[in-house]
Write a protein that binds this ligand. Sequence first.
Ligand code: ADP
Ligand code: MG
Length: 335
Amino acid sequence: MRVHEVGEFALIARLARRLEARLARSPLVVQGIGDDAALWRPTPGWLSVMTTDTMIEGVHFTAQTMQWRDLGWKSLAVNVSDLAAMAAEPRVAVVTIALTGEEDVEDIDALYDGMADLALEYGVQIIGGDTVRSSHLHIGFAVTGEVPEEGGSAEVLRRDAALPGDVLVITGHPGDAAAGLELLLRDAGAPWPALVAAHRRPQPRVAEARWLSRQGVRCATDSSDGLCQEVELLCAASGVAAWIDAARLPLSPALTAAFPERGVELALDGGEDYDLVMAVRPDDYATIQTAWQACFSVPLTAIGAFEAARAGQGRVEVRGYRGPRNGFQHFPVPR
Ligand code: ADP
Ligand code: MG
């Protein structure tokens, strides 16, 4: 059956039942789906963090590269990643779906199953939403999270806290998601499940970010638009510069095997990794690196350093790589 045959109210009721079947209601939710707005109880002593991000067919994904269930996962994951980048724990989410009406209802079920997969894994409650008609499919989330605040200072990760001398550190394997997308666009993803999964099912680094902030790390962002682009953002916000040593990029074995010539390019400028990019005080780095390995399986790698900004020079210098470069921007500035 098509969405327009089911109608808005029956669709919402169906999706609400589907979420309820998967997600046990947390005590912090006072009113979920069903009234004019949702009610939830913030944790005393914690700071609230809010974010919103939308995925639009033809802009952020195509049916060729994303299945419905992956789309549900990823549309919530990109928001949870923004909360992770602030060192927040995700709490509650509302979702707007814009549908043409021609979709199969079972596909919208699968979309919500993917949302529930992510919500279960990360402890998010989906407590409301909106359903509208549109010429293109959109899935937009607004997600609220919390960061502990003690004595007026929150354990938050900010973009503007990098200092010259800090180590430039990343989580995960940069470039895998971009590699997965390229393979999917060529219908060549099947031999590379890890790369395809990196694109379709990014794993927001929530626990990792909370842990890092407890170790005293204060500066990070998430890598949604490509590693170099994110380092630029940290540098611009902090008024510093940085260098990256291409030889230290932790390219995954799959990336190197699938793209023997282009691993570094994809790692530097491929987007949608949803890993953390951070500045760590040089005296803390060795201790953090050792303790990290006992806690997490994803790698933590020093790939460069921050330094004082110099007039007339670019903010981010890549050492040891002279190959092609490219980045993704919604509204590129003409050069
Ligand atoms: P209103 O007309 O007052 O905006 P809606 O019919 O849009 O009410 O929403 C009714 C209830 O269903 C609200 O709790 C809303 O948050 C929820 N809701 C609507 N659309 C969705 C959706 N796509 N997913 C989850 N919850 C939804
Ligand atoms: Mg509404």
